[in-house]
Design a protein around this ligand. Sequence first.
Ligand code: MCA
Ligand code: AMP
Length: 521
Amino acid sequence: MQLQTDLPLVNSNLYVALRAGFPAAHDAIAVETEDGLCYSWRDLERASAMLANLLQALNLPAGARIAVQVDKSVEAMLLYLATLRAGFVYLPLNVAYQSSEIEYFIGNAEPAVVVCTAKNFGWVSKIAFRAGTQYVFTLNNDRTGSLLERAVQCSDRHRPVKRRANDLAAIIYTSGTTGRSKGAMLTHGNLLSNAEVLKDYWGWRKQGEGADVLIHALPIFHVHGLFVAIHGALLSGSKMLWLSKFDPKWVMERLPRATVFMGVPTLYVRLLAESGLNSTTTRNMRLFIAGSAPLLIETFSQWQSRTGHTILERYGMSETVMLTSNPYFGDPLQRRGGTVGFPLPGVSLRVRDEEGRSLPTGQIGGIEVKGPNVFKGYWRMPEKTAEDFTADGYFRTGDVGKIDELGYVNIVGRSKDLIISGGYNVYPAEIEGYINELPGVAESAVVGVEDADFGEVGVAVVIAKPGASVDPIAVIGSLKSKLANFKIPKRCYVVNELPRNAMGKVQKNVLRLQYSSEAGR
Ligand code: MCA
Ligand code: AMP
């Protein structure tokens, strides 16, 4: 476990710091949605105050978790801000998660409050109440639901609760190599220190002349859209052009009015398919940021030749928020495609071999990191936490890479068996666990293969029990009712045997090669 000493009780509530970045002109527009709805900075302050007052009126215990599985909306962001203000712990859940996944998260986190869509209230509330949750509210993306009905009765003034830098602000579930998800505990200090570093490193511009305008097109239940994008905009008082989902046409319409865009590589690939993408439509942009998955050098180069802009690639994790970034200031050519740039200020990053020996420049090994952004540990998993930290307090990322002669970090692979598909993490062990439970299945292996759109997609290779027959379409069909849609393998093959090494271990690299030519959209 990463030790963090208790700091004196100055108010380190992240919301207080974010609010300090709001512009003096509180009537200015902070967020504009795709259907033209505008929220001023005052609206953000007042509406999050009402929601915070509602949460506080529930008399929840200190450290209570507020689990939220709703569609993307400005109100969902306000609920996040309200949770910070009220000093509780925000737990965002991907809307794609199905009941067995939600049952696990709620059972594991034991949230005092669950917020879900009205459409899912029946099954979500049943799971939540069974797990001891006291309150289940609804919140829909059309600003209806019991949460807002209750919140409008609350005062729009609220004093953010005092929080220490090492008090929990959020739990982000990230899948485990053994199948079950782990909750990464992030503190107010983790999130604020990272947001402040990025504000300077990426040169966020304050409201006024030349102020930044961010196109927010990412989901807000993961680090990229929730923390990196929202904190960046709020802390610098920048307006957000808010999209409830990524649609390349919507982004294209907004590019001429924007200055900053953030996306996973799939978003860039899809935007490149838009004929209108050129140096004219992107003339006011100052920064395109990519991350969450490797950005192909072809995408990086095509973007440069189509728009004249050099994408800035950065690297992070749910456990650490952002770790490295290509430089923003200076010659854009210093942003080098195929690398994730330099460790951010305050982040120590080293590459070590399996025996724990530090490796010299250019040699490939495990990436380990330390810094104020590194999480407090995994929720209720002290052993797993201890396992993932070195004796001298570095977190083992599970990513494999090297530092080149110019100091740029290059990620060349992962020691963790993980597929990153369209920026979402899929752990093969979890999918295999579900497949192996299906009637007639003896064993399975899920591997990631290259995909032009999603970067990587999962393929399942299944062996039937002797005498049984397994229908690949039925395998996919039954997974769909149990797992989030992005985790469903795009292909399933039933074979007689799996390639194995001398130890009897399935050779996933062989399967990856074998099935890569057959996948794709
Ligand atoms: C959707 N589908 C996918 C994915 N998304 N399949 C594989 N991988 C995906 N990522 C499938 C659905 O299951 C469905 O299949 C079909 O595509 C259409 O679904 P739809 O929801 O309409 O898809 P979409 O709207 O086109 O979404 C694609 C997307 C989305 C926009 C690329 O996946 C997305 O927003 N990804 C961003 C994820 C992200 O924010 N990651 C950051 C994590 P069917 O029809 O068969 O059901 S934070 C992180 O990683 C760290 C900290 C970091 O460094 O940032
Ligand atoms: P998550 O835990 O969902 O936040 O995913 C974190 C993982 O995404 C990291 O451990 C990396 O494997 C991967 N990742 C994030 N950014 C990049 C990047 N720019 N290039 C390659 N991999 C990345």
